[in-house]
Design a protein. Structure first.
Length: 131
């Protein structure tokens, strides 16, 4: 996932929790809280927040920004599930991530071959061996 600065370091997680509580329908606030948990190696708590964020980000959302956030959430879920030893759940999240990134690539307005090649590189690097 994208790294977010630890804006509330002195308060630990309290600031992130307050943000998510004040905006419970905000996938972005839950994503930030999940990253804060992950930075503290609290992967189960982070995965719970990522699940909540994902529930607010439909796979068919027409907004590219929501799709980019969905991709970040799915990649985070894949990593957090792997950290918890949940190989099947991690693989499912990674597959959904790859599908989302492929959709973003296919729907982008730019026809610049170098931009498209960067998307292909992301997909290639994240694809599991033999997949």
């Amino acid at each position: 996932p994208l790294l977010v600065p630890d804006a509330f370091a002195g308060e630990r997680l309290a600031g992130y929790r307050r943000g998510a509580a004040a905006h419970p329908d905000s996938a972005l606030r839950r994503f930030h809280l999940a990253i804060a948990y992950g930075m503290r190696r609290r992967f189960a708590d982070g995965a719970r927040e990522l699940d909540a964020a994902l529930a607010r980000l439909p796979a068919d959302a027409p907004d590219a920004g929501a799709q980019v956030l969905r991709a970040d959430v799915l990649l985070g879920l894949a990593q957090y599930r792997a950290a918890q030893g949940q190989a099947e759940a991690s693989a499912a999240a990674l597959a959904a991530y790859l599908e989302t990134v492929a959709k973003l690539r296919d729907g982008m307005r730019s026809r610049d071959p170098f931009v498209r090649a960067e998307f292909d590189l992301v997909l290639e690097r994240r694809r599991p061996a033999g997949g």
